[in-house]
Write a protein that binds this ligand. Structure first.
Ligand code: THU
Length: 151
């Protein structure tokens, strides 16, 4: 949990900056001794609160959890039911602030995002830095998806 406050629940430049800044800050706490690839994520929930995550690896590699899922699960554990946006930044662990490349969310994380919002509305910010990013709708990243309405 990062905090809540005056911020509205619509995406504007201030919220985008806050999401990317939070993702970059949280990335510093990445536990990634195996891949040495550090990822940070920030979630904007429907309440207006922000939640953060970093990737957390494990000596049993398959137990690793991505930054995006850590942030989404933190939001859900705090009582959030809907997610409006997710920001993600990733790159070599020894790099700070400006990533050499984009870190695009993995397929498992896209499916987890799908559970907690309308794919036509949810926005995914893939950032290299505070002023170098692209924004996608989840539906663009996960077309023809399967979700809660299908059950
Ligand atoms: N990783 C993430 O945290 N998010 C992504 O979207 C891609 C991959 C992590 C998992 C692992 O700790 C490292 O990056 C290399 O795959």
């Amino acid at each position: 949990f990062v905090g809540s406050g005056k911020r509205g629940i619509v995406m504007n430049n201030e919220i985008i900056r806050e999401l990317i800044t939070t993702a970059l800050e949280t990335r510093k706490r990445s536990y990634s001794p195996y891949s040495k690839y550090a990822v940070g994520a920030a979630v904007l929930a429907e309440s207006g609160s922000l939640y953060c995550g970093c990737n957390i690896e494990n000596a049993s590699y398959g137990a690793t959890v991505c930054a995006e899922r850590v942030a989404i699960f933190a939001a859900v554990a705090a009582g959030e039911e809907k997610i409006k946006a997710v920001a993600v930044v990733g790159g070599p662990a020894d790099v700070r602030d400006v990533m050499p490349d984009e870190a695009s969310p993995c397929g498992i994380c896209r499916q987890v995002m799908r559970e907690f919002g309308d794919p036509a509305e949810m926005e995914i910010i893939i950032a290299k830095s505070i002023n170098d990013y692209r924004i996608f709708k989840l539906a663009e990243l996960l077309p023809e998806s399967f979700g809660p309405e299908n059950l």
